[in-house]
Design a protein around this ligand. Sequence first.
Ligand code: C2E
Ligand code: MG
Ligand code: MG
Ligand code: MG
Length: 276
Amino acid sequence: AGKRNGRGKITFYHRDMEHEEAEERQIAHDLHAALLLDQLELHYQPIIEADGTVCAAEALLRWRNRGRGYVPPDKFVRVAEKSEMIHRLGEWVFKRACRDLKSSGYPRFSVNVSGAQFRNDGMVDMFRRVLRESGCEASQFTLEITETVVLSATPSVQRALKELREMGFTIALDDFGTGNNSFALLRDLPVDYIKIDKSYTQRLETDKITQIFVTAIGEIAKELDMIVVAEGIETEEQQTCSRIAGAVRFQGYLHGRPEPIRGQQRPAAVLEQVAS
Ligand code: C2E
Ligand code: MG
Ligand code: MG
Ligand code: MG
């Protein structure tokens, strides 16, 4: 514990911040190297329909660093978003997903796109170029727009999304309900899927307010011709509850964990398990 007096607390707080900044600089440096040395991986988690058919898989970044071990994507994506590195990272992810698609056995992939990538005027062209170079079709991909940084429906964001949809991409709003302007985004952005955040799906069974909230999202989605996907499904009960609330696609440990595609399987199995 720090000192009790005000001055002491401020100093203590200050040191924490400095420590955090130093760690972020180090992560940024290591991530840059990992990109150059091709040390990142994508794992894929199945997404299923109500009848059990696997309709897609979501690509999820994995990074195991020599020194720091497994670094969760939440953490290093947030660091990358603070600089231009997010654009490189985004391109790496889409290139790798295109490369993996055919051999994966999945009919289509969902790929996460950070809101910060929209700062790059060249983003839409990047998607176009990578598709051309890889021979993949936009219709084989859903782009999950993550609201990790404040994503607002500015004219340039709207234009970019419109172009991506016209190219044939499906657009999903990820982690729905966790941002502070989720409903405004829904009204103002052209999206096809809504992904209900796992913090909601996992509370559906027990929490009445969550049930009302998710059911409302389901109704809005129906009205707007959007598809509701429930993520973080770990139990049959959670699946049943989210289906009642209007979800028609499901993703979670109940159906499969994120894993490397066959042929890339490592003896050490799943990276997350190495982490803790
Ligand atoms: P997300 O896009 O919402 O991905 C879903 C997260 O939930 C993943 O965490 C996944 O492993 C986890 N998950 C799936 N099923 C379950 C379940 O049943 N229970 C629980 N407790 N968790 C489950 P992960 O892989 O740690 O990724 C965290 C976040 O990092 C992602 O959230 C996404 O926002 C970001 N991320 C991951 N890969 C990328 C990427 O390639 N690009 C960008 N921009 N962000 C990425
Ligand atoms: Mg996602
Ligand atoms: Mg999500
Ligand atoms: Mg998330």
